[in-house]
Design a protein around this ligand. Structure first.
Ligand SMILES: NC(=O)C1=CN([C@@H]2O[C@H](COP(=O)(O)OP(=O)(O)OC[C@H]3O[C@@H](n4cnc5c(N)ncnc54)[C@H](O)[C@@H]3O)[C@@H](O)[C@H]2O)[C@H](O)CC1
Ligand SMILES: [K+]
Length: 512
């Protein structure tokens, strides 16, 4: 799903006028679609509905909803929060509703006691105070209104945007409306996917408001919400006449005496993601220990260094294996030693296939970031917040506030893809596009989950799926399999290995 910014939405709206659409019809369609969603979700006939309308076009949509809910049998009161409508379309909607038996009250003129009483009896509140036109903070009056709305037990339906949330940044005033459902008109906007604001939206529905598809042409989404359609339209079905060589060879350089599990989890995940061959390159001890869990993997046992890591002397064997690989995964459980630093740098300088760098691989790169500029391959980095902080040398607090801009700038500067792992993982492409993932749950916040994600991305990349897609789709599949695992084993009880076990179910449900 493509996410459009406020100015892109305005452009789409304007384009649609070229296809005999009018602003008035768009508003009528938006209000009708919203009323339909409300009717589908809850009983409306005989219910008390209070519609809060601002002066802009969002308020105009609210007036249409008020009319439609009244026609469906609801007892409707419209509260005009800022006086009469200011835009031409909204004024027309006001004229249409005037003759109906819908009470129109002016917030400033109304007795606060009446409003309080009305809200106590209200079943459904429609928030049409501010839409995409809002930015910044709410003033005192609007904070009071939003506080009233948030203080009721009614179902709160926000039109397009919960009032008080800024469309493009997702920044929410501390008193912003907290909706049970938000009806996004035509397209998702950044606030509908950004972690800072999704919590204000409740359930999000998109309403077709009659904008012709041609009006979207040439609009390139900068934020892309990764969904089932995105992922499975990019993961081809396996051909009946194919063979294991058709699905690539992943070389996974992972593990050390201290972190054996990372090698097992990442290798297993890559195999479960569909790769034809997966080779685990690790110390002899890790390979021997991992073998019983990794019957289908190829083992490349290497010399062990003094600290239990892969010895630098193994470089020639690794480079030879790299020659035949279609993707490289490096870093899971490698440990950070002088040897691993040299090893990772040399391997990166020599790699020609797509490379995924995770865990200690990232920590090693953070010590010498310019190595990223000395490579001849496409690279995905998969840092969590702490690792991103090491990579960018920025404090975590700053990253939390502005990770989209910082991540996109980093990806652009170093020409790589950055999977920023968090509760809502976002993948920044080198072209500055941001792929937002919303699958996953708190049960995945356990050591080993990252190894599984890296393995999935590696497995997909080995099959020839382009690296940005492998990264964004990998995060989605990982989260969805994690959700299945939580359903089976609970968020408390689930283990990262069970995310791998659930991956086949995700594929099965999507006919892969
Ligand atoms: N996109 C479409 O095709 C359609 C969208 N519709 C609806 O229109 C709104 C956007 O309407 P707009 O009139 O541009 O803005 P708002 O209604 O959100 O009104 C904002 C209003 O408030 C002012 N303002 C902005 N920030 C602040 C602030 N911090 N404090 C006070 N006032 C502020 C701003 O200047 C505006 O005047 C969209 O969301 C849809 O709901 C159409 O109806 C259908 C087609
Ligand atoms: K609104």
């Amino acid at each position: 799903m493509v996410v459009v910014t406020n100015s892109q939405m305005k452009q789409i709206e304007e384009n649609s006028l070229k296809y005999s659409m009018s602003m008035k019809r768009l508003m009528e369609n938006a209000g009708s679609a919203a009323a339909m969603f409300i009717r589908r979700t809850m009983e409306v006939d005989g219910k008390f509905c209070t519609v809060f309308c601002g002066r802009g076009n969002n308020g105009g949509d609210g007036l249409v909803v008020a009319r439609k809910l009244y026609e469906s049998g609801a007892n409707v009161v419209v509260v005009l929060t800022d006086g009469d409508p200011a835009t031409d379309q909204a004024k027309e909607m006001m004229e249409l509703i005037a003759p109906m038996d819908v009470a129109l009250v002016y917030y400033e003129k109304e007795d606060p006691a009446y409003l309080k009483e009305r809200l106590e009896a209200t079943d459904i509140i429609v928030d049409a105070i501010y839409g995409t036109g809002f930015h910044g903070q709410l003033d005192e009056k609007h904070r009071k209104i939003c506080e009233l709305i948030n203080g009721t037990t009614a179902q709160v339906i926000a039109l397009d945007v919960p009032s008080g949330v800024t469309c493009d940044t997702g920044f929410a005033d501390e008193y912003a409306v907290i909706a049970d459902m938000t009806i996004a008109f035509d397209s998702y906007k950044p606030l509908h996917v950004l972690p800072v604001s999704v919590g204000y939206c409740g359930e999000i529905k998109t309403a077709d408001i009659g904008i012709p598809p041609q009006a979207h042409e040439g609009i390139e989404g900068q934020f892309i919400l990764v969904d089932n359609e995105f992922v499975f339209s990019r993961l081809p079905k396996r051909r009946r006449d194919s063979h294991k060589g058709s699905y690539g060879k992943l070389l996974n350089i992972a593990g050390s005496q201290k972190y054996m599990g990372a090698a097992i989890l990442s290798t297993m995940a890559a195999m479960r993601a569909g790769a034809g061959y997966v080779t685990l390159a690790s110390t002899k001890e890790v390979c021997r220990t991992a073998l019983p869990s990794l019957l289908e993997a190829v083992m490349l046992p290497l010399k062990q260094g003094k600290e239990g890591h892969i010895s630098y002397e193994s470089l020639p064997e690794i480079l030879e294996a790299l020659e035949n690989s279609t993707a490289l995964l490096i870093g899971n459980g490698l440990d950070v030693t002088q040897d691993t630093c040299r090893l990772v740098y040399e391997v990166l300088k020599n790699a020609k296939c797509p490379v995924i760098v995770d865990g200690d691989g990232i920590n090693v790169i953070s010590r010498n970031i310019d190595i990223l500029k000395q490579t001849n391959c496409n690279i995905v980095l998969t840092p969590h917040m702490k690792e991103l902080s090491r990579l960018t040398t920025l404090p975590i607090e700053q990253l939390k506030q502005d990770r989209y801009t910082i991540g996109a700038n980093f990806a652009r500067e170093y020409g790589c893809t950055v999977v920023m792992k968090d509760a809502y993982t976002a993948t920044a492409g080198a072209d500055g596009r941001m792929y937002i993932n919303t699958t996953g749950n708190a049960g995945m916040a356990k050591a080993g989950s990252g190894d599984v994600l890296a393995g999935i991305i590696g497995g997909l990349a080995a099959q020839g799926i382009d690296l940005v897609t492998a990264a964004a789709a990998g995060a989605y599949l990982h989260g969805l399999a994690g959700n299945y695992a939580a359903c089976k084993y609970s968020q408390y009880g689930m283990l990262p290995r069970e995310i791998i076990d659930q991956l086949p179910k995700v594929f099965l449900h999507n006919d892969r």
